[in-house]
Write a protein that binds this ligand. Structure first.
Ligand code: DLL
Length: 431
């Protein structure tokens, strides 16, 4: 049941003790980097005078801007000792680069193996990795983890949908790693190929890398006949394998022996209570080449520190509600993309894709929501479609508190990507 019982069965106080030891060691390590040497000196903090985990709060946060401007100054070993680099997706500006030593790659692989094992993957499973291999961490991160675990790993990569279906049939794939929006899109390829995913031996899917709702998970589970586990990570903290769902599917356990978690109010920067949504801040506890201290992720979620029936004491994160930088402000109202998704994926008439366009007409902000409607509903009469359009508009309005313009479109007509879905296009400040 446990990949690393010595760590996974620690009680909360034991875990804290381990964190304190590791934090002292990582402060020593971080002092090898020009960036943190200066930061730690300015804060008057070092491994000898750190008494409790809370003492770390004396150190300022590390931000994405710090990484961009001072990234190379954060290395604690010479560049020649690094064996790999990855870069973040760069959806919000210039990409940030993370360097890994050989030991960092091994630690990361072990965390991913632990995550996969927790959901029931075992040697003998056939694991099809449908995430991009490259600068993105999703592909290689899971690849090394799956091999470490001992699963037969198919490095399928992203896209090439027909081939994905063919590989699943040919090799009897039992576990998949897939972007959730792509998992729904791939169903149309199954349809075209005349293959029913329910007849394949699929058991487990890992879905992550982008926000998705509980309804979306249930849709994936029902269509493929498997259990889908939410997986969270970010390149700045290795990649996938930071927080992962256990069989309870009730929040993602943060691997707290490797990452010290803080959840803060993004405005006051004070810690928030359990259950309150705040920004996630992580400190690497066992990364060698480029440990980041108090890194502000911009991701918003709440945490739960009550015991989990699975026996692991590690705190659980809620679904990521959005990012501090992807919040839409429309007519002064704050909207997170996940709110839109929750409404749409909760409606059985809605197919797998939608697109939100933000426009400005005559100095007035406008939200246009294009929604694919399932085949069987799309061919209903006009009166039905007018009624449906009204219902979608009302449902969105009551969640978002602004009235969108809804357009119903045929299934398969909106653009798709093989990577993270682009659901929102903001034309307001363009042209
Ligand atoms: O997306 C790492 C990853 C790969 C995670 C595969 C899970 C599976 P980046 O490209 O650096 O790394 O993007 C990180 O993606 O800060 C979140 O905003 C978002 N994200 C990642 N996982 C989830 C998730 C990878 N499960 C950024 N739910 C993060 C919601 C997620 N958002």
């Amino acid at each position: 049941m446990y990949w690393d019982a010595a760590v996974e069965t620690l009680s909360a106080p034991q875990l804290e003790e381990l964190q304190l030891q590791r934090l002292r060691a990582i402060l020593r390590q971080a002092q090898q980097s020009p960036f943190y040497r200066q930061r730690l000196a300015e804060a008057g903090l070092n491994s000898d005078n750190l008494r409790s985990l809370g003492d770390l709060r004396r150190l300022p946060f590390t931000t994405k801007d710090d990484l961009r401007s001072r990234g190379l100054d954060m290395l604690t070993v010479p560049l020649t000792e690094m064996v790999r680099l990855h870069a973040s997706s760069g959806t919000t500006g210039q990409a940030t680069v993370i360097y890994y030593t050989r030991q960092d790659i091994a630690t990361w692989a072990d965390l991913v193996a632990r995550s996969m094992y927790m959901t029931g993957v075992r040697p003998g499973d056939v694991f099809q990795n449908m995430m991009g291999y490259g600068l993105f961490t999703g592909g290689l991160g899971f690849h090394y983890g799956a091999e470490r675990l001992g699963a037969l790993t198919i490095p399928a990569g992203a896209g090439n949908s027909k081939r994905q279906v063919q590989l699943m049939r040919q090799f009897g794939t039992t576990c998949i790693h897939i972007i959730p929006s792509y998992a729904l899109y791939l169903l149309s390829t199954f349809g075209e190929a005349g293959v029913d995913p329910l007849e394949l031996p699929l058991r487990i899917a890992f879905v992550g890398a982008e926000p998705h709702s509980e309804d979306m998970r249930r849709r994936i589970e029902a269509a493929y006949g498997l259990k889908a586990y939410n997986s969270y990570g970010l390149s700045e903290m290795n990649g996938p394998g930071v927080a992962f769902e256990c069989p309870e599917q009730n929040g993602m356990h943060v691997w707290e022996d490797a990452f010290l978690l803080e959840v803060i109010d993004p405005k006051s920067l004070k810690p928030v209570e359990p259950g309150v949504v705040g920004e996630l801040v992580f400190t690497n506890l066992n990364r060698q080449g480029m440990p980041l201290l108090r890194y502000r992720t911009r991701d918003l979620a709440s945490y739960d520190d009550t015991p989990c029936p699975c026996g692991r004491a590690c705190k659980r994160l809620s679904r990521i509600q959005g990012r501090t930088d992807d919040m839409i402000i429309l007519k002064g109202v704050n909207i997170f993309p996940l709110q839109i998704e929750r409404v749409l994926m909760g409606m059985p008439e809605v197919h797998t894709n939608y697109l939100v366009e933000l426009k400005r007409e005559n100095f007035n902000d406008l939200m246009l929501v294009k929604v694919e409607v399932r085949e069987s509903f799309f061919h209903e009469d006009l009166r039905y479609l007018t009624g449906l359009r009204k219902r979608v508009t009302e449902a969105l309005k009551s969640e978002l508190l602004v009235t969108p313009v809804v357009e119903l479109v045929e299934p398969g007509t909106l653009p798709t990507t093989e990577g993270k879905a682009v659901r929102i296009v903001d034309y307001r400040n363009k042209g």
